[in-house]
Design a protein around this ligand. Structure first.
Ligand code: ATP
Ligand code: MG
Length: 333
């Protein structure tokens, strides 16, 4: 059975872009693959963050993922920093990764623009990601389109390490994209991102969903209520395609083209369908939040299972690279 690995940062709330682009695939893959899913807190600290928020965000991400359908009986769910081999293998991989390749990563260039001084952690982000996946020798990586470039680099890292130290040891992981490979944010422009504040949270209640949708960008051609629009240029229409039934989607497109509806009418229908689709996830999250000890237990069990695999990989890596094994302590003083 092929092994799947994917991760998500606790850099904010799980949003519908993460869900449609990645997490929905994670849930489905549990039925067919051996799945390892990780809350990547070491990645999250490469952007500005508040230490007093990290624990709660990590915990809330676990709650959201479980509520979205991850099942600890069918996958491993754990927190990256609980398995120290992730950072150990990262260091090893930095010694086979060309800096020039890291500097040309689109995500690095985007995020570096938002940092006052550019830090090495942000540059090395894809190396940590390569370590995450390759530590489990996973071959399938369900992600959004923004991560495809990092996966290419990951394959290069695997090839370089294999060529130098042990042939065919690491597989070359492939991305698995969903139909919703890039959800645009409520600004109608950038990718929906936790760090950009243009998101709808998976656990947002109906009032909040409406508050967020009401001012969201639509087709700029619709300046007044009477101006017809082009649904293909409207992010609200694209969201209808994921959350509204097919005949509603067709009706929405007609009403947009003929200016039968105003944008607010269109958003109201989306808000209702979105709230209905997310209701069961919110309910499960409420139940989980009432049992925080259960969530911690799931993460501890996940870390123990992940650690068992990671330890084996790291032992083979150390052996192939020629390190002196750490012996048992037998000296008597
Ligand atoms: P940040 O802004 O902190 O980078 P993010 O919203 O981009 O947060 P990540 O934790 O970086 O979320 O990514 C988690 C997963 O969600 C990845 O597989 C990523 O490709 C996917 N993803 C993120 N944003 C989108 C989006 N707008 N559309 C589709 N997939 C997405
Ligand atoms: Mg991201």
């Amino acid at each position: 059975m092929a092994r799947v690995f994917s991760g998500i940062q606790p850099s904010g709330e799980l949003h519908i872009g993460n869900y449609l682009g990645a997490v929905r695939n994670w849930v489905a893959l549990q039925a067919t693959h051996e799945c390892v899913f990780c809350i990547v807190d070491y990645h999250a600290i490469t952007q500005a963050y508040e230490p007093e928020q990290l624990e709660a965000r990590t915990f809330d991400m676990a709650v959201s993922l479980l509520a979205a359908g991850l099942d600890p009986a069918r996958c491993i769910l754990f927190v990256q920093s609980h398995v120290p081999e992730h950072t150990e293998l990262t260091w090893v991989f930095t010694t086979v990764t060309p800096v020039g390749e890291l500097e040309r990563m689109t995500q690095f260039k985007d995020k570096a623009q938002r940092q006052e001084s550019v830090l090495a952690g942000l540059l090395n982000y894809p190396v940590l990601q390569a370590a995450d996946v390759l530590l489990y020798r996973a071959t399938v990586v369900p992600v959004g389109e923004d991560q495809v470039q990092h996966l290419e680099l990951m394959r290069e890292v695997a090839r370089k390490w294999n060529a130098r130290f042990r042939e065919d040891f690491f597989p070359e992981p492939q991305p698995m994209l969903s139909a919703a490979r890039r959800i645009v944010g409520l600004d109608g422009d950038a990718k929906m991102s936790k760090s950009l504040g243009n998101t709808i949270g998976l656990l947002d209640p109906p009032e909040r969903i409406w508050e967020l949708l009401r001012p969201a960008k639509t087709d700029p051609a619709r300046v007044t209520r009477k101006d017809p629009g082009d649904p293909e240029k409207c992010n609200i229409y694209s969201l209808h395609q994921y959350f509204s039934p097919p005949d509603t989607v067709r009706h929405v497109a007609d009403q947009c083209r003929t200016a039968g509806w105003g944008c607010l009418d269109c958003k109201r229908v989306l808000a209702d369908n979105l709230a209905a689709a997310l209701a069961p996830i919110r309910e499960r999250a409420t139940e989980l939040k009432a049992r925080p000890e259960r969530v911690r237990e799931i993460l501890a069990d996940g870390a123990a299972r992940a650690h068992a695999i990671a330890r084996e990989t790291m032992a083979a890596v150390r052996d192939a690279m020629g390190f002196l094994p750490a012996g048992e302590v037998t000296l008597r003083r």
